[in-house]
Design a protein around this ligand. Structure first.
Ligand SMILES: CC(C)(COP(=O)(O)OP(=O)(O)OC[C@H]1O[C@@H](n2cnc3c(N)ncnc32)[C@H](O)[C@@H]1OP(=O)(O)O)[C@@H](O)C(=O)NCCC(=O)NCCS
Length: 193
């Protein structure tokens, strides 16, 4: 895309149960584009298995889980938000505050056919607006996902020293991807000093 192809209008809306299928599809295709790594011996088939299970068995479970999640409203204003271009979902973001009050961007995924069109930036800005900039915002990213790392660095994130543990509940047939943690430090209000 060149700048003249920027989506004319990107609408950011709360995800609804009917968005569950497309959200799964976008994440899986974004993973397949970003995560295979010949040097580390991580193939496209490994990524497909991580995303969908050996026989695609994760897909219906994940769709059902998301549908349920999108019907619940905990009143915090935090939920998954989708980006729509001409009424079609092309990406999503999940801002989260955990039990320890730690703020995260859990995921930003843009349909590979719509990347580099400004959609990710709008999703990112929505997440930061919801989380606020008065506390640190964390995220985890695959250590060789240079495209995403650069995206976050340009927006002020830096790598932390945290070692991201492997998912212990992961079945043996799933590949573990190396992760790093990044943080956007809270903006301090010097006017009150
Ligand atoms: C990382 C990701 C979310 C970014 O989303 P995106 O929609 O491609 O991001 P944007 O288009 O808003 O911005 C990307 C860059 O392209 C530039 N850009 C946007 N539209 C452009 C255009 N039409 N022409 C040229 N450059 C453009 C932006 O200015 C931005 O550059 P900057 O970082 O220097 O400001 C997306 O690439 C993605 O989903 N990747 C795969 C999944 C992933 O890695 N997710 C993160 C996991 S934590």
């Amino acid at each position: 895309m060149d700048k003249s192809d920027y989506p004319k209008e990107v609408e950011i809306e709360r995800a609804v149960p009917d968005d569950a299928e497309i959200i799964c599809d976008i994440r899986d295709r974004a993973w397949l584009k970003a995560y295979p790594n010949a040097e580390l011996g991580i193939t496209a088939d490994d990524i497909r298995v991580n995303a969908q299970g050996r026989d695609g068995e994760f897909v219906p479970r994940r769709i059902a889980h998301l549908k349920k999640q999108f019907t619940q409203d905990d009143g915090s204003g935090l939920t998954t938000f989708v980006a729509k271009v001409e009424g079609k979902v092309v990406g999503y973001v999940e801002p989260i505050i955990d039990e320890q009050n730690k703020r995260y961007i859990s995921a930003i995924y843009v349909d590979p056919n719509n990347q580099r069109g400004g959609v990710g930036t709008q999703l990112y800005e929505k997440a930061v607006e919801l989380l606020g900039e008065d506390q640190d915002i964390f995220l985890e990213v695959v250590s060789y996902n240079q495209n995403a790392i650069e995206f976050y660095k340009k927006r002020g994130f830096e790598q932390t020293e945290a070692i991201v543990p492997e998912d212990e509940g992961r079945p043996d047939y799933m590949k573990s991807l190396p992760m790093i943690e990044m943080v956007l430090k809270a903006k301090t209000d010097h006017t009150s000093l």
